[in-house]
Design a protein around this ligand. Structure first.
Ligand code: GLN
Length: 481
């Protein structure tokens, strides 16, 4: 039982938990660029800001891309309609990385978004791609916000801005009307100041939707519900050894250890677990997500949606010129990089070595999770008894991101691959479709002492549970908050 903590302690001595609570976030003078479109209508009631890759009827939706300039959807996404039907006020659309591709909200046709916090006078990254939604929540501009999480885009900005970010199990919330990035991973997620606000939105949206072919059918929902548990008894908390990486910053590690201490004191038990395929998960994600993206984004051709090139090529001599010109003007650099990468890994010469291998890794990642959770995966009808082994856990607890947010200047100097590294702790749950939440934990007193007073005050901690165990994730997160 002690081994998990001892393992994690190896890098530094622990500091007693300061039981520190948050003071309100600073109010920066600069424009944080959290919103892409504003609705001037009165905003009494519970306002929910919507990431601008989720369509809202009769108002623009851009996905932060020039290629969708002028696009106005004639209907609401199911999640938006359901919120309206339940009395929530849909006010503003939030900034994001173009089509959800990025980790810092710097790849946006609407300009980069900034965090409320700064280091030596320089803004730090708000995280991405749902950066605008996270900032809107952190600065109190809305009661809650919707984002999308394909590989971490709700959890990462939640961690960097000090709010709660919940990614439900894949298929629980409808994707009808959500602009696709990578269909097999895309999940609507929720950002809020409190776990309970996130839970209210989740319960409001947690329904089967016949319009979304990947919406979880009633039978799977019922199977998950019948297995529902509560945290009345103590939790068995898994500590995955593969997340103890050398890149973990001391600030993150000390907050994590403080939390483990607190949980143990509250009667929960800690268990070291191993998820051996974690190390390959990030590479697999960055093959699969661009492959799906390259296929999804083929429809932006200047004919069916949004913007068309306005030069002489607007009158097609041949469709290829119109298509190429529109796309080269309409997509940003990061989107082009992903489309090229995806087109390559799907090509006949590369398919076997990249796409197929990545699918195999994805299956291994799923299997790793199934082997550590006490709960059976409701998607797998017959649990193979032979794979049962060792002690199993109710939830996994990890940091959400290995480090504190970098400054915007540091982000600019990162290579794309360095930037992809941010997602190393969030991608595995995405590949397996598992529910996961990031909750803010206060930095401990010693860490705070050595930091800029305008800098972040918290670190994101991630709770992951078995597929369908969404309520358990929320409950465990609430207990930790
Ligand atoms: N940062 C990851 C990417 O760029 C995740 C994005 C997301 O979850 N939408 O693919």
């Amino acid at each position: 039982m002690l081994s998990a903590r001892v393992f994690w302690q190896n890098a530094r001595r622990r500091i007693a938990s300061p039981a520190q609570f948050y003071t309100s976030a600073p109010r920066p003078q600069r424009n944080l660029n959290a919103f892409i479109t504003q609705d001037e209508s009165p905003t009494n009631g519970k306002t929910v800001a919507i990431k601008d890759n989720i369509i809202t009827a009769c108002s623009p939706t851009t996905a932060a891309s020039t290629i969708l300039n002028g696009y106005i959807a004639p209907y609401d996404a199911t999640v938006v309609k359901t919120l309206r039907d339940n009395g929530f006020v849909i006010a503003r659309k939030t900034n994001l990385d173009e089509f959800g591709m990025g980790s810092h909200n710097q790849h946006s046709a609407a300009g980069p978004a900034l965090n409320l916090y700064s280091r030596n006078g320089e803004a730090v990254s708000p995280g991405g791609s749902s950066g605008g939604s996270a900032i809107a929540v952190a600065s109190g501009e809305c009661w809650a916000a919707l984002g999308t999480d394909t590989g971490g885009s709700v959890r990462l900005p939640a961690a960097y801005t000090g709010v709660v970010g919940f990614k439900p199990s894949y298929g629980r919330l409808s994707r009808w009307g959500v602009i696709q990035y990578a269909n097999s991973l895309d999940t609507v997620g929720i950002l809020a100041q409190q776990v309970d606000n996130a839970r209210q939105i989740f319960r409001c949206l947690d329904h089967y939707d016949a319009m979304d072919p990947t919406s979880q059918p009633q039978s799977v929902r019922e199977r998950s519900r019948s297995a529902e548990r509560t945290t009345e008894k103590s939790l068995k908390i898994g500590i995955p050894v593969e997340y103890n990486i050398s890149e973990l910053s001391p600030a993150v590690r000390s907050s994590y250890l403080d939390l483990l201490d607190r949980l143990q004191a509250a009667g929960h038990t800690l268990h070291t677990v191993s998820l051996p395929s974690t190390q390959q998960a990030l590479s697999a994600y960055y093959v699969l997500a661009p492959a799906e993206a390259s296929s999804n984004l083929a429809k932006y051709d200047g004919v069916r949606y949004g913007r068309r090139t306005s030069g002489p090529d607007a009158l097609p001599k041949d469709n290829l010129t119109l298509y190429a010109q529109t796309r080269s003007e309409g997509f940003g650099e990061e989107v082009k990089r992903r489309v090229l990468l995806g087109a390559y890994t799907l090509s006949s010469e590369a398919m076997d070595n990249y796409f197929i291998q990545a699918q195999k890794v994805r299956r291994l990642v799923q299997r790793d999770f199934d082997q550590v959770f006490s709960q059976a995966n409701p998607l797998i009808e017959a649990v193979e008894k032979s794979t049962m082994r060792g002690s199993r856990v109710d939830i996994l607890l990890t940091p959400t991101v290995p480090t504190l947010p970098p400054t915007i200047e540091e982000v600019k100097n990162q290579t794309p691959v360095e930037s992809y590294m941010n997602d190393v702790f969030t991608v595995p749950a995405s590949l397996a479709g598992l529910p996961a939440i990031s909750i803010p934990m206060p930095l401990n007193a010693e860490t705070r002492q050595n930091m800029d007073s305008e800098d972040v005050r918290s670190v994101g901690m991630q709770v992951i549970a078995q597929f369908g165990d969404d309520e358990l994730v929320l409950e465990a997160a609430e207990e930790m908050s």
